[in-house]
Design a protein around this ligand. Sequence first.
Ligand SMILES: Nc1ncnc2c1ncn2[C@@H]1O[C@H](COP(=O)(O)OP(=O)(O)OP(=O)(O)O)[C@@H](O)[C@H]1O
Length: 606
Amino acid sequence: MDQFYQKNASLYQSLVKAVKKPTRAHGTPTSQEEGNQNMVVSARIRPFLEDELNAGFPCAVFPQNAQAGAKTVIDIHDLYNHPKGRPVLKSFNYGVDRIFGTEATTEQIYEDLVKDLIPFAWDGGISTLFAYGQTGSGKTFTISQLERLAVKALMEGDLPGEKEVYLTIIDLAGNSAFDLLSSRSPISILEDSFGVSQLKGAEEYLVQDRAEVMNLIERAASFRRTASTIKNDASSRSHGICRIRIKDVASDTEGLLYLIDLAGSEAARDIAVHGADRMRETREINISLSVLKDCIRGKAESDALLLSGKRKQGQKAPRVPYRQSALTKVLKHVFDPSGGHTTKTVIIACVNPSLADVSPTKNTLRFAELLRVPAPKIGKPNFKPNSPVTWTNAQLQDWIAKNSGTPPINGSILAPTATGAQILKLPARDFETLCLSTDGVSIDQARAFREKLWALHIDSLHNDGRSQDSAGQSAAANTGSEMKSSSQDDGPNVEKLLFKERIRPGMVVCVKKPVGTGETVGTVRGLTMAMILCPTSALDENHRMSLEAKPNPGKAAYLCATVVSTPSAKAYTLHPWEQVVVDVTDMENEIILEYDSSSHNYYMVL
Ligand SMILES: Nc1ncnc2c1ncn2[C@@H]1O[C@H](COP(=O)(O)OP(=O)(O)OP(=O)(O)O)[C@@H](O)[C@H]1O
């Protein structure tokens, strides 16, 4: 095939020149707004390498617009051998959210796609960056440069709050996992009893500065298993996963930043010269990429359904088969729809420009297209003055002008186009940073103003969150928010009983004196809260011993999970892994908390 392309290079170029002005690809977005802001699929076309230029292959990849960043369609022209005449040109086009041509620098890609992932993870979200593509298409080049920029922003970017940063770097080859920070020693991927994926045996480094992180990344790179291929002498045949865990010291919550260099999917002609082992390895890589695609799509569809509020009662959530490969098992919190995490994902499909690689390039871009799930269309709610989710941008701006204190926060900076529902989804840090752009506004004013907006939102959900508007949707559904009580009694008459006579799993109780030891106690604004898990009589002897729960004849006691405050004064979060034993006599009263699915926090019902 290579010879066919080389022989017909000038015919190919004249046929490409004669192609009419490209038209927009079928199924691609008409505007940026239709893209999904939390799941961006992009493509990077690497420049020709010297040996490719010397070999004389023409370019087969043509972005429809020459400007870096904001383009959505790539044309691919391929040459087919016609049995009865001269070769014919066949053209294809693929839609992605952003395209970066051969001239684009990694710094441009960072600014356009990756920059926002860092504060998002810093504020407790899960940010993931994937690079994938054919062997030799520039994945490692792209990820390693982006890694450098991300680490600089993370360690020296002046992000607010006291955080601890932990680094783990592993690699996955087939179903085996290895710790790249510990001489590539084997590790296991396990799910603990709370369903959280654990990398058993992997070292996690608490890092202090940029140089230390970069040294560890360098060390890990040298351990990446490599095997030579025709295309690239240093081809990675495993998925490299860099996990940065960012722990908020005050609230004990955490965010995650994943930087993932996926294994190269080899072209068939490359595989042909390798043995059976390499073919099996390639098959395993392709299976894991296929599961990854299903998970990315499933998660995006699940988020879209939640945000659109169109999920009908009893309707099953889209399937996210994260247990089907080691790669997606490790990334369980990114994909598990029941995990309730807020996520931002960026995918960079790397492609070679050369006609010699046109087939794998088409596969890569087809794969990229499959990952795109359009942003949810959110129904237009009826305006209610006390319900932020119903506000248009003009109504939101009006409220900001009248309620943001002195000096008034500039609404056209804070929310130039956002509706009320959209501003509620803005992460706390972004919200505060935008408030601080108005001269004279202090961080306290910004925080108090956000609290005020959220208090109004929470009250509106309490008051009429479940009432239907004229469009047939609840206001809560329009933000993806749905307030659900933390636990419910079975049957109507139980409420008449004293709370101690109806203790049940899921009930949150206020405890008279601090329970447990030290930091694990959930003391919240003078209260100590705990959620009932089970009576201690249900625990086996070993478990009881490990909790130091001494048998206390005549006194009932319960195993409880702690409930702790978050940086937002009104919101609480549950720590099921921090367990304490509480005697019934130490429980003062029941506390009803409500869960808000848009912020993933609990709020107290006053
Ligand atoms: N944008 C770019 N500008 C200049 N050179 C590049 C660019 N992208 C990649 N290269 C070069 O192309 C070659 C292959 O890149 P790289 O090793 O990153 O590919 P890869 O997709 O990670 O391959 P594999 O999966 O086999 O590891 C390298 O020599 C790299 O320096």
